[in-house]
Design a protein around this ligand. Structure first.
Ligand code: EPU
Length: 341
């Protein structure tokens, strides 16, 4: 039996903690419940919003439709080889709890992605990434329900068209599928591939005199770095990086570099350069800024926060002012990583 709730507050279902109301709400725990939901009159008669961990969404107004909380659970081994294991994970599993599970089993590949808020099913939507690793690096495939016909379809890695915080689910097939499970190909012990490309991890490990880090050491370092810079959404409402790091062309970069020689940058292929949005926002004077109960985090300027009495519109206003200021100071366009509703 499907159990719908009317006039449900979404305060506990979005990491900004904004108190908007959904006209109708349902939590789904299995694939078959989801298939049943697609045949219901509540589904047919309403527009829909699918929520995972609510960690990448900005809710600006009440939702006059049906909110579906994806809580499909379960972790199973699909295949095992001498060097690798293929794990299938329910889309509603908490991402970090799943990473902790892989560490307990000593499966390598996701350690750099420790402590990212959200659910497993939301992770491929925007190809989550941190500290030199993206989910696409160990992603095998996913199962999703086609909302038009209720059929389960498989998307392999290349079919997801992963890019920097991008996938086909934000573009060509946006709103057409609900992800049910995700499969990861992970490395067994002695086949671990430790990735220390992101300099800060190396620094933390060196400070602890760890020369030959295990995946657990890397995870601990990542957790330490994240906790030192990023606000815990359970304490201060936020959705991680609010903007994507902007990508500009080489001639534009050469000009900027003359005026701002200390500006951090990463060279990408085809002569494009990625800038650090956090650095731009800090250098335009926004770090620690507060207005109307919202603000720019004092330790990481890329994170916008809700101090408790702001709302989604206050965040939009602040974001707009930051975008204008970055445009006029650096001639650079900042685009949100977060989805607006
Ligand atoms: N920086 C500043 N001031 C700030 C913030 C950053 O000068 O207020 C500088 C840092 O000193 C550093 C550079 O900017 O030189 C990059 O900073 P950081 O290593 O903190 O990473 P980021 O580029 O700001 C990205 C991701 C994060 C991810 C980290 C680590 C995006 C939009 N954000 O942030 O992802 O954890 O790298 O890999 O790509 C998220 O997506 O929600 C998220 C937190």
């Amino acid at each position: 039996m499907l159990k719908f709730t009317e006039s449900q507050s979404l305060k506990n279902y979005n990491t900004f903690g904004f108190n908007v109301v959904a006209k109708l709400f349902i939590e789904i725990n299995t694939k078959s419940e989801l298939q049943e939901l697609l045949k219901s009159k509540e589904w047919a008669e309403n527009k829909h919003l699918i929520l995972g961990g609510g960690s990448n969404i900005l809710l600006t107004k009440n939702f006059e439709g049906l909110v579906v909380l994806n809580r499909i659970s379960g972790i199973e081994i699909l295949e095992e080889a001498h060097n690798s294991v293929l794990l299938k994970v329910g889309a509603g599993e908490n991402w970090h709890q799943f990473v902790l599970h892989t560490l307990k089993e000593n499966y390598g590949g996701l350690e750099n992605l420790s402590l990212i808020p959200g659910t497993v099913g939301a992770a491929p939507m925007q190809n989550i990434g941190a500290y030199g690793v993206e989910i696409k690096d160990s992603f095998h495939s996913l199962e999703a329900i086609n909302l038009k016909n209720g059929k389960i379809e498989i998307f392999k890695n290349e079919e997801c068209q992963f890019g920097y915080r991008e996938s086909v689910f934000k573009h060509d097939v946006k709103g057409q599928y609900i992800i049910c499970s995700v499969s990861f190909l992970l490395d067994k012990p002695s086949f671990h591939r430790i990735n220390l490309d992101y300099g800060v991890i190396k620094n933390v490990l060196t400070d602890k005199n760890i020369d030959n880090p295990s995946i657990q050491d890397v995870s601990n370092a990542v957790i330490e770095i994240r906790q030192s810079k990023l606000p815990d959404p359970a304490k201060i409402g936020n959705s991680g990086s609010f903007f994507k790091n902007p990508i500009i062309d080489a001639p534009h970069f050469e000009k900027l570099k003359k005026s701002f020689p200390n500006m951090p940058f990463y060279e990408l292929e085809e002569g494009m350069i990625k800038l650090a949005a956090g650095w731009l926002i800090e250098n335009a004077g926004w770090k620690g800024h507060q207005e109307n109960g919202v603000g720019v985090h004092p330790k990481q300027a890329l994170v916008l926060v809700n101090y408790g009495n702001g709302n989604g519109k206050d965040i939009i206003n602040l974001a707009k002012n930051i975008q204008d200021s970055i445009q006029s100071k650096f001639g650079v366009e900042l685009n949100p990583e977060v989805n607006f509703l």
